[in-house]
Write a protein that binds this ligand. Structure first.
Ligand code: UDP
Ligand code: MG
Length: 312
């Protein structure tokens, strides 16, 4: 089988030489063992890096026929860079493995990916056995996020990042998903086909620092929920309904106080509290609805998810 490895890179000059060296060794090993064709390749997708990432990619491509490169016209973000690579190369290999450039994912797992592929699996997930090398903060926020997704009725594979193998069949199916707000981890389970997981321990970043600062992480998490579930909207409806019932009771109480008991209601505190309370809920609800309206707006324009500058 012909294997392709797709790696999105954003300012990864510090990690690329080592990544390339190790992957080339691995590829040669697998070719020698006869598990993959000798035309198998590694393709870097330069996601608008501002350092010398692209120069490195050009250098690797010149020195060895294992390497390919795609340069995007600007920074489109990890998910878009990944889909760019997968879509450009989906007809060039029997299966594509996607991974990060920073060697956090155990590359020897690729052998197991290929084994599973030959056994007939179309989707193979790389799943982290433990997250000890991630910061406590990242672990906690990730844990919370998985719970939230589960609560919202979204099916994902826990502790699976974008390290996976997709067969050509799965890739053609993936090509039918045209959404702009991409969250591949949510889409891949929707493809169906025969799938399985293989486990590994995640290492530290080899060099450089994370390209996912808190803000990007938060926006990514939002995509992971709002692109797959309308349950937040439904929740608003439910809250609204209960508030309505509550206010009916309130009205009854006011009428009772005023006309039956004849008490003059002091009521300042309760008025203020309810104004703040309802105000808060309204603003939050508008925000949530806005998320979906915004998404519908973006999708309706049908802009390209990525633009390619060069391919080598
Ligand atoms: N990346 C990218 N575009 C971006 C941000 C990140 O292509 O805008 C790439 C990055 O080069 C790396 C992968 O996505 O290969 C994952 O990023 P990183 O390792 O920084 O994320 P973390 O492992 O910290 O979640
Ligand atoms: Mg990383």
């Amino acid at each position: 089988m012909k294997l392709g490895i797709v790696i999105p890179c954003y300012n990864e000059e510090e990690t690329l030489p080592e990544t390339s060296k190790r992957l080339e060794v691995l590829l040669d090993e697998m070719i020698a063992a006869g598990s993959i064709d000798k035309e198998s390749f590694i393709c870097y997708v330069d996601d608008g890096s501002t350092d010398s990432t692209w120069e490195y990619i050009e250098k690797f491509q010149k020195e060895s026929n294992h390497f390919k490169g795609i340069k995007l016209s600007r920074n489109f973000g990890h998910q878009n860079a990944l889909i760019a690579g997968l879509m450009q190369l989906k007809n060039d290999a029997d299966a594509l493995v996607s991974m990060d450039a920073d060697l956090q994912d155990d590359i020897t797992l690729i052998k197991k990916f290929v084994e599973k592929y030959t056994e007939g699996y179309d989707v193979v997930y790389g799943v982290r056995e433990d997250r000890r090398t991630d910061s406590k903060f990242k672990r906690d926020t990730a844990g919370f996020f998985y719970k939230l997704q589960y609560f919202m009725g979204i099916e994902t594979v826990q502790n699976h990042a974008d390290y996976r193998l997709l067969s050509q069949k799965a890739l053609s199916a993936l090509a039918e998903f045209k959404e702009i707000n991409l969250f591949l981890r949510g889409i891949v389970p929707m493809l169906g086909f025969r799938s399985c997981s293989v486990y590994y321990t995640r290492a530290e970043r080899f060099a450089g620092e994370t390209k996912y600062p808190l803000k990007k992480m938060f926006l990514f998490a939002l995509d992971g929920i709002a692109s797959f579930s309308v349950r937040p909207l439904r929740l608003i409806t439910v809250i609204g309904f209960f508030l309505f019932i509550l206010s009916l009771l309130g009205i009854l109480w006011v009428v009772f106080e005023k006309f039956i008991l004849g008490n003059a209601v002091q009521g300042w505190a309760s008025t203020m509290v309810s104004i703040y309370f309802i105000g808060g809920i309204q603003v939050m609800s508008l925000g949530i609805i806005g998320e979906y309206v915004g998404r519908a707006f973006q999708e309706s324009k049908g802009r390209p998810r990525y633009i390619i500058d060069k391919e080598i």
